[in-house]
Design a binder for this molecule. Structure first.
Ligand SMILES: *Cc1c(COP(=O)(O)O)cnc(C)c1O
Length: 339
């Protein structure tokens, strides 16, 4: 008899286990997640940006997800998933593959709910991110040359040891959890017209569609680098084929493989999707640093680049731009400043 821990057929190229429910979450699930998020994380500020408001002749607000304790929005999903963990997994705990923010999110959630966490990372993973995960109590396992090697190792360990494998996108609770940022925006700024979200695995854009899209009737626009267009193509063309190219420096949106559940949601609900150039992302990282004194990852800067591509439409509108992460490494920081 196949066990709980044997992989099941997956519609995309990633591995799924029987406990992975691929039913897309609904707005009601985001409200449910809110109870956990409110208990475990601070509400993040929504702050008007004077430089961007002037540039676009619009009211532009930054949703400061970089002020969360891990520096990125993903932890909203991590705590939502860990709060409701099946008892069978409490002892072996959670496992994830990540080079950065997903791993920190799961590590933070495990510490919050007293569940052990293992994170698989590639051998050359950024040491400061590894340290951040270890500081949160995670056991970090180095394996392979790149993210996909580490991911396959995590999937094997999950099958062998009975860990709960926390997929990076096909997880309704992660999407519902990250959607709580959108509920906060709707409460603070019900007149929002546009929201720009970077797309990596698609969980945050899906969460915004279920909240600012559904409840405030805002236009939700996704942004991805033209150097890593897997999710864009899947959304546009209606398939789940991996992209050949994956060369963006913006690691939050460096996805090679599209994910089934989030593509389902985004094809249904995302209003528009822009591809932006690597140069436009780099310029936006620098502008956020110089003009807003904000250390923002390339992923967040991709939204600024997308706004610049739709300038004419935005004049006079109320626009929200989530600052999704602050974990920009020192090297990229220097490059952005042209040092
Ligand atoms: C993960 C991540 C993204 C992409 O979000 P998805 O929900 O995977 O689409 C964007 N920015 C940052 C900082 C991230 O960590």
């Amino acid at each position: 008899m196949p066990s709980q821990y044997d992989p099941v057929e997956s519609p995309d190229e990633t591995t799924l286990f029987p406990y992975h429910d691929r039913t897309p979450p609904k707005t009601a699930d985001v409200y449910r997640a809110r109870r956990v998020v409110r208990r475990t994380l601070p509400r993040t500020p929504l702050v008007r940006s004077e430089p961007l408001s002037a540039e676009f002749d619009a009211d532009v607000y930054l949703k400061r997800e970089d002020t969360l304790p891990t520096g990125a929005f993903k932890v909203r999903g991590g705590v939502t998933l860990a709060a409701d963990l099946d008892d069978a997994f409490r002892d072996p705990g959670l496992i994830a593959a990540s080079t950065g923010n997903h791993g920190q999110s799961v590590a933070y959630a495990g510490r919050t709910f007293d569940v052990p966490v293992t994170v698989a990372v590639p051998r050359d993973a950024n040491p400061s991110k590894v340290t951040a995960m270890e500081r949160l109590g995670a056991d970090v396992v180095h394996h392979g040359d790149d993210f996909d090697d580490a991911r396959e190792h995590a999937e094997e360990l999950a099958a062998a040891e009975g860990y709960r494998y926390v997929h990076s996108a096909n997880e309704p609770k992660l999407v519902a959890g990250v959607g709580t940022a959108g509920l906060e925006i709707v409460e603070d700024l019900p007149e929002v017209d546009y929201l720009f979200s970077p797309v990596g695995g698609g969980s945050s854009a899906a969460g915004y569609c279920l909240t600012v899209g559904e409840l405030a009737d805002a236009t939700v626009v996704g942004a991805q680098s033209e150097a890593a267009p897997a999710m864009y193509r899947a959304w546009d063309e209606g398939h789940l084929d991996p992209a050949d190219e994956m060369g963006t420096f913006a690691e939050g949106i460096a996805t090679r493989v599209p994910f089934a559940m989030t593509i389902d949601l985004l094809r249904d609900r995302l209003d528009d999707f822009c591809l932006v150039s690597e140069d436009a992302i780099r310029t936006a990282v620098r502008d956020l640093l110089v003009e807003e004194s904000l250390v923002a990852e390339g992923a967040a800067a991709a939204s600024v680049a997308a706004m610049r591509g739709m300038r004419d439409e935005l004049s006079g509108k109320t626009v929200v731009l989530p600052i999704s992460g602050r974990n920009l490494d020192t090297e990229k920081h220097r490059t952005a400043l042209g040092e």
